[in-house]
Write a protein that binds this ligand. Sequence first.
Ligand SMILES: NC(=O)c1ccc[n+]([C@@H]2O[C@H](COP(=O)([O-])OP(=O)(O)OC[C@H]3O[C@@H](n4cnc5c(N)ncnc54)[C@H](OP(=O)(O)O)[C@@H]3O)[C@@H](O)[C@H]2O)c1
Length: 284
Amino acid sequence: MKDKVVLITGATDGIGLEAARQLDVQGAQVVLVGRNPAKIESALAGLSPRARAITADLSLQAEVRRAAAEFRAMSPRLDVLINNAGNGFGLRQVTSEGVEMTWALNHLAYFTLTGELLDLLKASAPARVVVTSSSAHYRGRIHWQDVELHRGYTMLKAYSQSKLANVMFAFALARRLAGSGVTANALHPGFVRTNIGATRNGPLAGLVQRLVFRRGISVEEGTRATMRLATDPDLAEVSGRFFTRHGEKEALPAAQDVEAQERLWALSEGYAARLLRQDKPASQ
Ligand SMILES: NC(=O)c1ccc[n+]([C@@H]2O[C@H](COP(=O)([O-])OP(=O)(O)OC[C@H]3O[C@@H](n4cnc5c(N)ncnc54)[C@H](OP(=O)(O)O)[C@@H]3O)[C@@H](O)[C@H]2O)c1
């Protein structure tokens, strides 16, 4: 990975932080995205001086677009984009842009960040887009009439829907990128001992989450699929697939439904366009 430029979101903790560390050791120029300056500083302290960082709250589309612009100003190329930041929320929350938090962070951020950097990835080909999904996608469905779950919100429903959207997005992206030299694949890292969900759901939910996740695999083990998709030369031309740390696995049939993928793509484009207009009203 020497001299490869890798942009990785959610790189201040868990799987993203460990992937950043491993990629840095392999010689990559790692650019972290995080939202917490103190955690960014601490992450950078564990990496070589090559590593850089961008601060952005990825639940907000305006911040996602700004992060992409900052990256462009920083680097003329992008060899690997790892969309990894994600969380589950015990109570339904809405971002300051008015979007349900899980949908905004776990899906729309991946969609817009990738879209904003796609020309750079193509110009840097061979390049890769890695999409961190979950086995939770097998339990998911897209609630087409109410993706933001105004009615009947549960963390599981919102999380598994967003993780299904991740797989569908990766597959639709791979189709669009065919022949470009840029691959797009999705992954389930495993049930990994990270802090996911621990801070956002109140102290009691956080404690329960920690106890449950204590049974998970180590973060090193949980980073295996991410690292493989980002670096394995054998996967240089593999695209539009779903992987776990044990290898390729068939995704949920609903995730493979091309019509549904395209419907999701159009829905996501609609969100991105609406939130862009909201951010920059026509009068400006
Ligand atoms: N752990 C598992 O068992 C498991 C299983 C399946 C899939 N996954 C997926 O793996 C990915 C990484 O999860 P993890 O387990 O490593 O979780 P984690 O330890 O909680 O790390 C999540 C990362 O995302 C960042 N993040 C969260 N909200 C953000 C926001 N609004 N803006 C910018 N960054 C934000 C966090 O930043 P802070 O450091 O500021 O919190 C952190 O760096 C997620 O997509 C998750 O769905 C995890």
